[in-house]
Design a protein around this ligand. Structure first.
Ligand code: TUI
Length: 314
C-alpha cells in the first residue's frame, strides 16, 4: 500500500488526481475517480459559473468523498467561477494556464485547499509563499496547454524549492510513471490522458478510439505563435492549424480557426474541425475500464517498483 502526506492532507486513499480537462472532466467522471479513492476534479474550462455549479451538484449527488474543481485562468468566466467554488466550499481548487494570486485569499478564507499547477520554479516559490496547500508540477508531455519544461526537469526543481507536497503531472499513465515521479520527489501524481479511456468519461466514441489507437508520435504542439501552446492528437485539424500558423495566417483568422474546436472534438468527434487534446502518453492507454480500476491499477503497479526505494511503502 502506498500512503503519502497528500492522502492525509486531502483525506483520500490513493495519491492520484484526475486532471481537470476542459470540456471533458465533468461531475460524473470526477465522482467516479473520487469514489475509486483518488481525487476527481471537475474542469471549469471556459464554462459559465452556472454550468460548473450543475456539475458540482452532480458530483455531490454521486459521492460523499472529496473532489476538486479546476479553474482555467484564461477563461472569461474565471472570476465568477472563483466566487462559486468559494460559495460551494468545494474541498480542493486546482488552477491552470496562469497565475491565481488574486484569488488565493478568497479561497483560503473559504477553507478550500488551493493546489495550483506550476510550470516553473518561480511560480512554485510564489505559490508556496502565498499559502498553497500543495503544488502540481506539470511538464510539457501533458495534453492541452503546455509549459516549456518537461516533467523530468520540472518536478525535482519544484521539490527543491518547496516543503509542500508536490504532485507530478505530464507523461504519467502507469505504475512506472508513478514510481519515476516519486523518485523525483513527488508524493502524488495527476493523470489526464489515462482517464480519457475511463468508462465514466463521456467524450465522443471517436475520441476514445483515437486515444486507444495512438502511437508514440501521435501528438503535436500548436498555438505557439499566439502564445498559447496546446498539445493535441496529430489529426487533420492539427496539421492544418500548424500549416496556417506557420504560413502567416493573420492572428484573428487563426483564433477563429481554434474557436469551438475543443467542443467539436469532445461532443462530435469531428476529426476535421475538432481539437483532440491528448498527452504524449496516449499510446500507453490500452483499454476502456472503470475509473476506479485505473486508480487502483496504476498505484498497485508502482508498489513493487518502489518497495524499498522510498519511505512511503508500508
Ligand atoms: O491548464 C492546463 N491545461 C489546459 S487548459 C486548457 S483550455 C485552453 N484552451 C485553449 C487554449 C488554452 C487553454 C487545456 N489544457 N494545464 C495546466 C498548466 N498550467 N500547464 C501549464 C500551466 C501554467 C503556465 C503558466 C501555469 C502557470 C503559468 O504561469 C504563467 C504566469 O502567469 O506566470
Amino acid at each position: 500500500m502506498i500512503h503519502t502526506p497528500l492522502c492525509d492532507l486531502l483525506g483520500i486513499e490513493y495519491p492520484v488526481f484526475q486532471g481537470g480537462m476542459a470540456w471533458i472532466a465533468d461531475g460524473k467522471l470526477a465522482a467516479a475517480v473520487s469514489e475509486g479513492g483518488g481525487l476527481g476534479i471537475i474542469a471549469a474550462g471556459n464554462a459559465p459559473a452556472e454550468t460548473v455549479r450543475e456539475q458540482i451538484q452532480i458530483a455531490k449527488s454521486l459521492t460523499s468523498r472529496p473532489f476538486g474543481v479546476n479553474i482555467m485562468l484564461m477563461s472569461p468566466f474565471a472570476d465568477a467561477v472563483a466566487q462559486l467554488v468559494a460559495e460551494e466550499k468545494v474541498a480542493v481548487v486546482t488552477t491552470g494556464a496562469g497565475n491565481p494570486t488574486k484569488y488565493m485569499a478568497l479561497w483560503k478564507e473559504a477553507g478550500i485547499k488551493v493546489i495550483p499547477v506550476v510550470a516553473s520554479v518561480a511560480m512554485a516559490k510564489l505559490m508556496t509563499r502565498l499559502g498553497a496547500s500543495a503544488l502540481i508540477a506539470e511538464g510539457g508531455e501533458s495534453g492541452g496547454h503546455v509549459g516549456e519544461l518537461t516533467t523530468m526537469v520540472l518536478v525535482p526543481q519544484v521539490c527543491d524549492v518547496t516543503t509542500l507536497p508536490v504532485i507530478a503531472a505530464g507523461g504519467i499513465a502507469d505504475g512506472r510513471g508513478v514510481a519515476a515521479a516519486f523518485l523525483l520527489g513527488a508524493c502524488g501524481v495527476q493523470m489526464g490522458t489515462r482517464f480519457l479511456s475511463a468508462q465514466e468519461c463521456s467524450i465522443h466514441p471517436a475520441y476514445k478510439e483515437r486515444i486507444l489507437k495512438a502511437n508514440d508520435l501521435c501528438t503535436m504542439v500548436t498555438g505557439k505563435r499566439l502564445g498559447h501552446p496546446v498539445r493535441s492528437l496529430r489529426t487533420n485539424f492539427a496539421r492544418n492549424y500548424a500549416k496556417a500558423e506557420y504560413g502567416g495566417m493573420p492572428d484573428e483568422e487563426l483564433e477563429a480557426l481554434a474557436t469551438g474546436a475543443l467542443r467539436k472534438a469532445v461532443e462530435e468527434g469531428d476529426l476535421e474541425n475538432g481539437c483532440f487534446l491528448s498527452g504524449q502518453i496516449a499510446a500507453m492507454v490500452k483499454k476502456i475500464q472503470p475509473a476506479a480500476e485505473i486508480v487502483r491499477e496504476v498505484m498497485e503497479g508502482a508498489e513493487p517498483i518502489l518497495k524499498g526505494a522510498t519511505q512511503w511503502v508500508r
